[in-house]
Ligand binder design. Structure first.
Ligand SMILES: [Zn+2]
Ligand SMILES: [Zn+2]
Length: 388
């Protein structure tokens, strides 16, 4: 028996002592190895991982390292398992847990935070002041799965109950993996001011967060919602998710196009998801005076920014990280109510053992891949039974 007596388990979900896990070696190098199944502590549950979506940030971590931080440094050759956009089934309860039941389907937020710093106390646990401090004599218990602790490219993982989001039965495993992406878009819009109904929004960059940013903005009542990008097929998906106008920046100047669509005024909000070199300056030209810009992408370079323009026009600039203030719960509510169809951005599914091929699809956008999901065999088997 792998679990101590203080952990509640059920014969319905027998837990093995070992599991298969993808482990990061040198940059870009993953191997499929045996690991011990982790044990949930107080206020934690053990999640049997059913499905995991691959995120652009996973690729950043696997090939470059940051924003992952393991034992105070880069995540390479430390036995670290990446992957953070996962969902699954609660199979064991740590001491004192009665908030969730064994057998309950859940999707997870990434960041548990330390729970004791100023930002965690404010609900901004994605900006925890003790980020990555969970080892040796600086152990503050910070958890961000797939960033500062082991993540989802495996069979089981422990999660703090604060990071769990109940998944409605009407939602497929694949759709449930997208809740955290929609939650990130929701957090960005919340931080910009929350009440978006009747206000105009530009989303730059039709990646997963941008596309679900369109969907969430529309579900919040924004009008018009304008999406910019370079790929027509993705812009079309943006339209299906609620964009009133799309602008292909290869064919027209996006700043001029946005100005034209808003009678020369510009929009109230820009959600920047493109990481394009001139994205901040373009966004500053797209918003109206007093408008707000949310930065949700990680650019590699640090381009020059026309700060005088920002100051003269009272433009607010917000960096947002991840999915704070339980935004995923609000995103899941929209998805449960079918306010938008997040599955439009899910394009491919692979077996967990085929993770390397799945990563190739995500990285090289093979067959126009957007969200690529990997599933464990037990989840595939469960769905086959459900379909009969
Ligand atoms: Zn992600
Ligand atoms: Zn904290």
């Amino acid at each position: 028996m792998a679990m101590p007596d203080s952990v509640k388990t059920s014969t319905e979900y027998p837990i093995p002592e070992k599991m298969k896990a993808w482990v990061l070696g040198d940059p870009g190098n993953l191997s499929y190895e045996d690991k011990a199944v982790p044990v949930p502590s107080r206020a934690e549950v053990l999640v049997r991982i059913d499905a995991v979506a691959i995120c652009a940030t996973d690729l950043e971590i696997i090939y470059h390292g940051p924003p992952a931080m393991i034992e105070g440094g880069l995540p390479f050759n430390k036995g670290f398992t990446p992957g953070h956009e996962y969902m699954g089934t609660v199979v064991a309860l740590g001491p004192g847990v009665d908030e969730y039941k064994i057998g309950e389907r859940v999707t997870v937020e990434i960041h548990a935070g330390c729970g004791q710093c100023k930002r965690c106390r404010e609900g901004m646990y994605t900006s925890c002041h003790n980020y990555g401090k969970n080892y040796g004599d600086v152990d503050k218990g910070h958890r961000a799965n797939g960033f500062t602790t082991d993540g989802g490219f495996t069979e089981y993982q422990v999660n703090h109950i604060n990071t769990l989001v109940h998944v409605d039965d009407s939602m497929s495993d694949e759709e449930a993996t997208l809740v955290v992406t929609a939650g990130t878009a929701m957090y960005g819009l919340t931080e910009l001011g929350g009440l978006v109904a009747g206000e105009s929004v530009v989303v730059t960059g039709p990646g997963p967060i941008g596309l679900l940013g369109v969907a969430v903005a529309k579900a919040l009542g924004a009008q018009p919602v304008i999406l910019t990008g370079t790929r027509d097929n993705r812009l079309d998906i943006g339209k299906q998710l609620g964009a009133d106008h799309v602008i292909n920046v290869r064919n027209e100047n996006p700043v001029e196009a946005v100005r034209k669509l808003t009678n020369g005024k510009g929009v109230d909000y820009v959600v920047e998801c493109s990481a394009a070199p001139n994205a901040v300056n373009d966004a500053a030209q797209m918003v109206n005076r007093g408008g707000k810009i949310c930065l949700a992408a990680f650019p590699h370079e640090s381009p020059g920014v026309d700060i005088a323009h920002l100051v003269r026009n009272n433009i607010y600039l917000y960096g947002i990280r991840g999915e704070g203030k339980t935004a995923t719960h609000r995103a899941e509510a929209f998805m449960r109510q079918k306010r938008f169809d997040a599955t439009l951005i899910h394009t491919h599914t692979f077996a967990m053992s085929d993770l390397l091929e799945a990563i190739r699809y995500a990285k090289d956008r093979v067959e126009d891949a957007i969200k690529v999901v990997v599933k464990n065999d037990h989840a595939v088997a469960k769905n086959a039974i459900a379909a009969e």
